[in-house]
Design a protein around this ligand. Sequence first.
Ligand code: F0G
Length: 357
Amino acid sequence: MNMRWPGIIETYRDFLPVTETTPVVSLQEGATPLVPAPLLAEKIAGNLSLFLKYEGLNPTGSFKDRGMTLAITKAKESGAKAVMCASTGNTSAAAAAYSARAGLQCIVLLPKGAIALGKLAQALIHGAQVIAVDGNFDQALAIAREITAAYPVTLVNSINPFRIEGQKTAAFEICDDLGAAPDFLAIPVGNAGNITAYWKGFQEYKQRGRSTSLPRLLGFQAAGSAPIVEGKIIEHPKTLATAIKIGNPASWKSAETALRESNGQIAKVTDDEIIEAYKLLAAAEGVFAEPASAASVAGVIKLGRAGFFQDIDGNVSVVCVLTGHGLKDPDRAIQCVREPVVVPPSVAAVVNELCLS
Ligand code: F0G
């Protein structure tokens, strides 16, 4: 029996815009674990079942692979020779990897100095043409949109509808794993493509009889970059969670629709709250996610402290989406814990340091 997972396009072919002749470009993305987080749940509320959708375990270390397998497949099918994206890092890593596999030229525009180290390394090693824009993500995206409208280059940011189509498959997996949709889905929000994709996925699965309910969506933005929460464009977004440092999300309207239709809500979490959740995830559950990912957990902790879950009768199931792997941003990890102690190379020195004597 062939047990190999073939990637999200083959697995969910019936839900995706592909035909028999579509040249599928895949790195076997998807099938990421839904990890129970009982210790964290207990800290938050007594009636909580908490799960972590660990999207950092995709081939390039983030959820972007789900969207990129389809965006690059469709670009190849249409005969494109080159693709472009603006990125806070993860989109560019995925675009570069899938383009390499497809034999397409890949151009990425990155906000200068605002990209985590691992992500920059990925775009470079996969052979993308990397251009650092001396501005922020929103400016880089505006440039990418204008260039791709004028030249024969395909835009692979989440404005490209195939990105959303691919990313919706994470919602399918959650329903398949739990046997139902969770009561709540907590998710970090940056450019707002992913919250849009999850809502589409949960709705389609229900319409097609594969699940029976819909979750309420809980979106979280970083406090210094919270345009949807504030109801206004943030000209100079700030946060250490660089992946979601976005002041004018491209999918703003569809995110608001998803929040409204799901009877959900969007709130902001401070950088301190993000780091608290980031460290707790790693130290209490053994799960290393990048800071932006921890925004979903930080938000759930905050709601728990305010009594949000306790006010609901019975058990409540919550899935937190952990969008990217912690190794993407090693600098941040080292900065927020104690660096290793240095000792001379002797047993005595180590024993002494450990206070074993
Ligand atoms: N988490 C991580 C780790 C991300 O990289 C992103 C977005 C998000 C959350 C937010 O998702 O934009 O769909 O609301 N990163 C994009 C990028 C912007 O360029 O990699 P979103």
